[in-house]
Structure formats: structure tokens, C-alpha cells
Design a protein around this ligand. Structure first.
Ligand SMILES: *[C@@H]1O[C@H](CO)[C@@H](O)[C@H](O)[C@H]1NC(C)=O
Ligand SMILES: *[C@@H]1O[C@H](CO)[C@@H](O)[C@H](O)[C@H]1NC(C)=O
Ligand SMILES: *[C@@H]1O[C@H](CO)[C@@H](O)[C@H](O)[C@H]1NC(C)=O
Ligand SMILES: *[C@@H]1O[C@H](CO)[C@@H](O)[C@H](O)[C@H]1NC(C)=O
Length: 330
């Protein structure tokens, strides 16, 4: 080939290459313009600790939170996680000063023949975005119209004697998890997970009994001998996690944390975004349940075992630091 001919050939080849490349690119972006764009854009930004726009577990932004938040504690018990260090067992056993506790490891063995032995919810990561509503029982929920907002979360966590019937506009219809202890137990529908907070070995024996023979009718007060709940949806709050909440988050205030605070801590450790409803007093400073009219002022802010003021302070702090969103109602 002569020199001009070679130049012409090279130019033509280059042109052909450019046209082909442009066509392929154009074709691809036309077919999947957004997929192409996002695939590319996501490579430019590092992914967060969760799949939500904001993630609770983001630690860089707050030293107070980072110092306390420890995701290596499992909030719920599995057979493997049931072994307690000696000091944890002694602390836990001291909570309600059980006189002659049954053999703990034998009870645990029976327990996990009845309920699932699984590590629930330890699945945090960039692909998960789990939103949770923690619904306390405060009178500040009355006329709040929070129902639809509460129901919109993945998890709706209620506690103790909570009821929804007749209060749906304010508190919502759904309950995915109900946190209780034997003395505060209620029947559940078949779609709700039961989270038992054990304060003593007898409480573990009670849940076994309440799901089977119904022989335990009394702890320090009469308790429900049987409970309506799906066996495959029963979970037990871990005593180790319980102690971590008390030591680390309450810094030893009160004798032990309230159900509300324990439920909130559960949510913070298994959810990526947490909304909190029905905590604290109502607009008149009264502490009562949303389904009750009698205003027993201060009745369970200071019950002797919980430091309600300190717990509320920590809750407010979590809200200030945008770790939870606190809905104060009216
Ligand atoms: C988190 O808890 C584990 C025990 O479950 C402990 O070994 C570890 O030191 C704790 N981490 C921090 C930062 O406190
Ligand atoms: C509890 O039971 C286990 C197995 O049955 C036994 O090995 C252990 O010594 C018992 N513990 C106590 C404190 O009695
Ligand atoms: C749960 O209860 C509803 C009625 O309340 C019933 O229709 C449904 O079949 C039950 N599901 C299971 C798995 O038992
Ligand atoms: C709660 O916070 C307030 C204001 O910061 C403070 O005055 C009070 O002492 C705190 N209460 C407890 C029990 O920590």
C-alpha cells in the first residue's frame, strides 16, 4: 500500500471503531439508562453500614454513641448464646432475688426444645434497610393520629399490656413483636413474635409451661398459666444483653431497666432506623396508659426498681443525636 492509501485506511478504521463503540454504548444506555448510571455512580461512593439513606450504626458522627454501641452483643438468646459468664449469671439472678433457682442449663435445654434456636436479626449490612417503630404505652398517644405512621415500619414493637383494639387511629393496627415478662403477659395473635424478658430462671420455666402444660400459675403474683402465642415465634431476651444495657447505657441507674427501655435497646441493635412513640408523660405531665382514664400521677415513673428520669434522659440524648426519632404526641 502506498503511504496516502495507508493513511486513508487507518482513518477509516479509526472512524469505524468510534462508530461501533458509540453505537454499543448508546444502545446499552438506551436500554438500561438508569441501571447503567447507578451502577457507575455507586462505584464512586462508598456504601454505608446499611441500605437506608441514614443508618443508625453510623459511628463516625457521634463519640458518645460510638463509645456505647456494641453490636457484638446479641439481643436475643440462642442455645449457643445462653452460656452466661459467672458475674452475669449472679447479677441476673439478683434482679428478683430468686431463692432456689432451678438448674439453669437444664432449663435452657428444655427451652430450646420448645422454641426456635436461631440467631435472629444479626444480618446488618449494606443490603439491609429495616425500619422499626417502638411503641410505649404513654397517654401522650391519645389523639396523636400516629397510627398510619406506626404501621408503616417493618417492625412494630409493643410491650406489656399494650392493646390496639379501639385505639388504631392513634397507635396503629400492626404488632410484629410484643415484649413482655410473665407478670405482664397477654395473649397474642398468630402473626406476632413474643419477646420474653426473663428476670429469673422461673421466668424461663414459665414460658415453657405456658406454651405446654400450664402448670406454673404463680411467680411472686398469679400469672397466666397458658398463653396464646405461636411457639415458632417465641424469643428470649438475652441476660448478657440485658446487663450490657444496664451497665453501658444506664450506667447502673435504678435496679434494672424498664421494659420500654429494653425494647428500645433491642430496636437500636436490630434496626437501621428507629421511631419512638408513646414514651414519657402526656402534655399535662401525667404518666398513665393511653387506654386508661385514671391519671395516677407519677405512678410508674418511679416504681422503685426503674430510674425513669434517667432512662428518659438517655432516650432524649439518642433523639438529639438523630439515632432515633422521638414522637412526643400530645
Ligand atoms: C463489645 O462486646 C464484646 C463482648 O460481647 C467485648 O468483647 C468487646 O470488647 C466490646 N467492644 C467494645 C468496643 O466495648
Ligand atoms: C446442672 O445440671 C447439669 C447437667 O444436668 C450438671 O452438669 C450441673 O452440675 C448442674 N449444675 C448445678 C449447679 O447443679
Ligand atoms: C392465623 O390466624 C388467622 C385468623 O386470625 C387465620 O386465618 C390464619 O390461618 C392463621 N395462620 C396460621 C399460620 O395459623
Ligand atoms: C436528666 O437531664 C437533666 C437535664 O440535662 C438533668 O438536669 C438531670 O439531672 C438528668 N437526670 C438524670 C436522672 O440523669
Amino acid at each position: 500500500m502506498s503511504l496516502p492509501k495507508l493513511r486513508k485506511f487507518q482513518a477509516l478504521t479509526l472512524l469505524l471503531c468510534i462508530i461501533t463503540f458509540t453505537m454499543v454504548l448508546f444502545n446499552y444506555t438506551l436500554r438500561e439508562p438508569s441501571a447503567y448510571f447507578f451502577k457507575y455512580a455507586f462505584r464512586l461512593f462508598p456504601r454505608g453500614p446499611c441500605g437506608c439513606r441514614r443508618c443508625l450504626a453510623e459511628l463516625e458522627d457521634d463519640p458518645w454513641f460510638a463509645e456505647r454501641f456494641n453490636q457484638s452483643f446479641h439481643p436475643l438468646m440462642s442455645r449457643k448464646g445462653s452460656l452466661l459468664p459467672e458475674d452475669t449469671y449472679r447479677w441476673w439472678q439478683w434482679l428478683q432475688a430468686e431463692r432456689q433457682p432451678a438448674n439453669y442449663s437444664e432449663v435452657i435445654d428444655k427451652l430450646f426444645q420448645i422454641i426456635p434456636d436461631k440467631e435472629f436479626y444479626m444480618d446488618s449490612g449494606p443490603d439491609r434497610c429495616r425500619t422499626c417503630s417502638v411503641v410505649g404505652n404513654s397517654g401522650n398517644l391519645k389523639d396523636s393520629r400516629y397510627g398510619p405512621l406506626i404501621d408503616a415500619s417493618d417492625f412494630v414493637i409493643r410491650m406489656n399490656q399494650a392493646r390496639t383494639e379501639g385505639f388504631e387511629k392513634d397507635v396503629g393496627y400492626r404488632t410484629t413483636h410484643h415484649v413482655m415478662y410473665p407478670e405482664s403477659a397477654v395473649d397474642l395473635d398468630n402473626g406476632t413474635y413474643l419477646i420474653l424478658i426473663p428476670f429469673k430462671t422461673l421466668d424461663l420455666e414459665w414460658i415453657i409451661s405456658a406454651l405446654t402444660t400450664g402448670t406454673i400459675k404463680y411467680t411472686y403474683v398469679p400469672v397466666m398459666p397458658n398463653i396464646r402465642a405461636s411457639r415458632d415465634k417465641v424469643m428470649v431476651y438475652s441476660p448478657s444483653f440485658f446487663k450490657y444495657v444496664y451497665d453501658t447505657w444506664l450506667e447502673g441507674h435504678g435496679r434494672y431497666p424498664s421494659t420500654g427501655f429494653l425494647a428500645l435497646m433491642f430496636a437500636i441493635h436490630v434496626c437501621d432506623q428507629v421511631n419512638v412513640y408513646g414514651f414519657g408523660a402526656d402534655q399535662y405531665g401525667n404518666w398513665h396508659h393511653y387506654w386508661e382514664n385514671n391519671l395516677v400521677g407519677g405512678a410508674f415513673r418511679q416504681t422503685g426498681v426503674h430510674d425513669g428520669d434517667h432512662e428518659y434522659n438517655v432516650t432524649l440524648l439518642l433523639a438529639d443525636k438523630h439515632k432515633v426519632k422521638l414522637f412526643r404526641g400530645r
